[in-house]
Write a protein that binds this ligand. Structure first.
Ligand code: PAF
Length: 254
């Protein structure tokens, strides 16, 4: 089993030993409820680095809906088993108090891209994400950190933050892992009812096949998706939809 540490001090002590030995540290931040998408990030870190650190922290400041935070799947036992199999050495699993020692007064905010796309529908979400990722990157002190491309907007914002604040960790983006029917893996997929699960892959199919964003929105709406947005950006089509109480996001190259 990977070693679990709960405090910044414990990880920093371990990190000093690794750094003194000249080991390359790879970091995979997560909110737990791990699936094969996370496993592929961990395996990438395992291949490219000497030591793999993963964090499990359900960050309260990035949830814009209290019920989403309360019902977010928490599966630590299964997560540890997956992490062991995929090659994690150390798991950082802090408390909220450990991560926010002086409350929520200090934040990292981006003022343009963070307000578009998902940001327009989830007020404060990306400030929560950027703030916790800044904290986690500072704590990890890793050479490389791995993020999934499914959260395309998040990845662009984290890259921008790393550049703006001269962070020394290399930000690595990793391809989305999908079910055989095309549905992007997500911790929230477990909330889909059987009927919603049957319909869900049409989201990816329509993002890929529709000639433009307006047509994609019409086709999805006709099928019963509630569309937050579908937008074409240079090189990418991005979308977010709701099926019942579950929100799905995805993006495809174009
Ligand atoms: O993508 C996620 O799981 C989260 O947004 C992250 C990057 C772990 C920050 O809480």
């Amino acid at each position: 089993m990977p070693k679990i540490v709960h405090t910044v001090m414990e990880w920093r002590a371990l990190r000093s030993t690794h750094q003194a030995a000249g080991r390359i540290i790879g970091f995979v931040p997560t909110m737990g409820a791990l699936h094969r998408g996370h496993a592929s990030l961990i395996q990438a870190a395992r291949q490219e680095c000497d030591v793999v650190l993963a964090s499990v922290f359900v960050n309260p400041t990035q949830f814009d809906e209290a019920t989403d935070f309360d019902t977010y799947p928490r599966t630590l036992e299964a997560d540890l088993a997956l992490m062991e199999k995929a090659g994690v050495d150390t798991v950082f699993a802090p408390s909220v108090g450990e991560m926010y020692p002086n409350g929520r007064h200090y934040t990292v905010e981006e003022d343009t891209l963070s307000r578009e796309l998902c940001g327009a529908h989830r007020p404060g979400h990306f400030t929560g994400v950027l703030t916790v990722v800044m904290k986690l990157l500072q704590i990890a002190g890793a050479d490389r950190a791995y993020f999934g491309e499914k959260d395309w907007q998040q990845l662009q914002l984290i890259r921008g933050m790393a550049e703006a604040f001269f962070l020394e960790t290399e930000i690595v983006g990793w391809p989305t892992v999908r079910e055989a029917d095309g549905l992007a893996l997500s911790s929230r997929n477990v909330r889909l009812t059987p009927d919603e699960r049957t319909l869900a892959p049409r989201f990816h199919a329509i993002l890929q096949s529709a000639p433009d964003a307006t047509t994609a929105t019409e086709q999805l709406t006709t099928l019963g998706f509630r569309v937050d947005y579908v937008e074409d950006r240079p090189g990418r089509r991005l979308g977010a939809v709701r099926l019942g109480s579950t929100r799905l996001i995805d993006n495809v190259a174009r």
